[in-house]
Write a new protein. Structure first.
Length: 117
């Protein structure tokens, strides 16, 4: 059974930092590109950041460039999203995605991130 378990969400003041983790099991983690998406209330799910299977290439949404960093540890089957300089507009449920092909595409359950003073 494939499982992606996100953790690390919570309530943070503007300007603060969080690190999200996505622990994967049931897949050959090192063969999958990993991504973080987010969905705010009333909005569509959007891609935040992605990293290739070996970690050599990353991609970021313009809204988070320079503030967020995606990384992975293939030895630990875990992907991370380091978030700095958080803004109220970053408030959303953050989802981890593992994708190898169109049919080897898995999602976590999501973790809530709330930025508020």
């Amino acid at each position: 059974e494939v499982q992606l378990v996100e953790s690390g969400g919570g309530l943070v003041q503007p300007g603060g930092s969080l690190r999200l983790s996505c622990a994967a099991s049931g897949i050959t983690f090192s063969s999958y590109a990993m991504s973080w998406y987010r969905q705010a209330p009333g909005k569509e799910r959007e891609l935040v950041a992605s990293i290739t299977s070996a970690g050599g290439n990353t991609h970021y949404a313009d809204s988070v460039k320079g503030r967020f960093t995606i990384s992975r540890d293939n030895a630990r089957n875990t992907a991370y999203l380091h978030m700095n300089s958080l803004k109220p507009g970053d408030t959303a449920v953050y989802y981890c995605n593992a994708r190898r092909t169109s049919y080897l595409d898995y999602w976590g359950q999501g973790t809530q991130v709330t930025i508020s003073s």
